[in-house]
Design a protein around this ligand. Structure first.
Ligand code: KG4
Ligand code: ZN
Length: 348
């Protein structure tokens, strides 16, 4: 079965072809980061218009790369949500109309399930069951995963998501959008980054929220507020201070994420951890998790760096898994309006 995957939930247009026998054949991505950068965040209307411009050329590109034609495709998987309505509508309507014209089924994919299953695209993939840490711009969740669609929420964020905390803190430090990679890069400039720097010599100490709460929930908004008061106290911020703050922020957030993952493994009795979502690309987080799981004789799996953030491959793959499990619901209808109360309607 050859599955075309379409991702358009936010600011990346991702297309991919996944073959259930041969694996991933091709994938292509267009990131809108440069276009949104001057606004300091994603402008939904611009995002939608750009998805329209990109979706067909990217489809042609993956077909060419895989040496396939439209008629070789057996099903089309698309991100139905969550995400920006207009952006979702582009990928969804494209998938539905192409599938209708080819007389093949569509598979509606949950964006987070795409992230969650992305590590299974790698060589030596993890096997079910495992604990998953899903850390993206909108989510910070720990889950027990027993199979496709068999997800048990173990812990969630009470306020900001991990990626959101990275982005907001980066903004406070005057860094561009998206903040996570920029902040991680700046942290490397801090002398604290050197293994020779003793912990006692580090200039700042930020809180580790809910580190000892005993449960698996997260809270990151207080961390961002602590950064804000540091920033206010040290005005005007020089580059060295910024780098030290970035380093300590990254240290605090990755320490909490790592500790909660280890607690989740202990509580579930499982020995396999899977990390996914944009923050999963953070190398400090990977360094800490690798050390922690090794100490407990557990294992950890990640998607390759480019599949941590949004992409079409994870959607094609999740679609293929759903099709295999026969739990997909092929249909050509589409809806992306998440909330619409009948009472909102007025007489024409
Ligand atoms: O999964 P993703 O592409 O989009 C959502 O589904 O939300 O994640 C994007 C988030 C952003 O908040 C971005 O700043 C963060 O992932 N991110 C990182 C890194 N790369 C991306 N955060 C920390 N370190 C990184 N290297
Ligand atoms: Zn995402």
């Amino acid at each position: 079965m050859l599955i075309l995957g379409v991702e358009s939930s936010c600011d990346e247009t991702g297309l991919a072809l996944y073959d259930s026998e041969q694996g991933l054949l091709a994938h292509a991505l267009h990131s809108q980061v440069a276009m949104h950068a001057e606004y300091g965040g994603v402008v939904p209307e611009l995002a939608s218009r750009d998805h329209i411009r990109r979706v067909l050329p990217l489809t042609e590109r993956v077909l060419l790369e895989a040496g396939k034609t439209l008629h070789d495709i057996d099903a089309i998987a698309y991100t139905q949500g969550p995400g920006l309505s207009g952006a979702l509508l582009v990928g969804t309507s494209f998938a539905a109309s192409l599938a209708f014209s080819l007389n093949i089924p569509t598979i509606n994919v949950h964006h987070l399930e795409g992230h969650l299953l992305a590590p299974l695209l790698e060589d030596n993939p993890p096997t079910f069951p495992f604990v998953a840490l899903l850390v993206s711009g909108g989510h910070s969740q720990l889950m027990r995963v027993d199979g496709v669609g068999r997800y048990q929420l173990l812990g969630d964020t009470l306020d900001d998501a991990a990626g959101e905390a990275f982005d907001k803190t980066a903004k406070l430090l005057g860094l561009g959008y998206p903040g996570g990679p920029a902040l991680a890069k700046l942290a490397e400039q801090s002398p604290c980054h050197s293994p020779r720097q003793a912990a006692a010599q580090r200039p700042f100490k930020l809180p580790r929220p809910l580190l000892h709460s005993g449960d698996l929930n997260f809270s990151f908004s207080g961390l961002k507020t602590a950064v804000l008061s540091l920033v206010n106290k040290h005005q005007p911020l020089d580059e060295a201070t910024k780098a030290d703050v970035a380093w300590e922020f990254q240290e605090a957030i990755t320490e909490v994420l790592t500790a909660k993952c280890m607690t989740a493994l202990r509580d579930t009795g499982l020995d396999s951890l899977v990390v996914s979502g944009g923050v999963g690309a953070n190398l400090k987080l990977r360094e800490k998790l690798n050390a922690a799981v090794k100490a407990k004789h557990c294992k950890v799996s990640y998607p390759r760096l480019e599949f941590c953030t949004d992409n079409g491959a994870m959607i094609a793959f999740a679609g293929a898994m759903r099709l295999q499990a026969k739990s997909g619901q092929p249909d050509y209808g589409f809806s992306v309006r998440p909330r619409w109360d009948l009472a909102e309607l007025q007489t024409p």
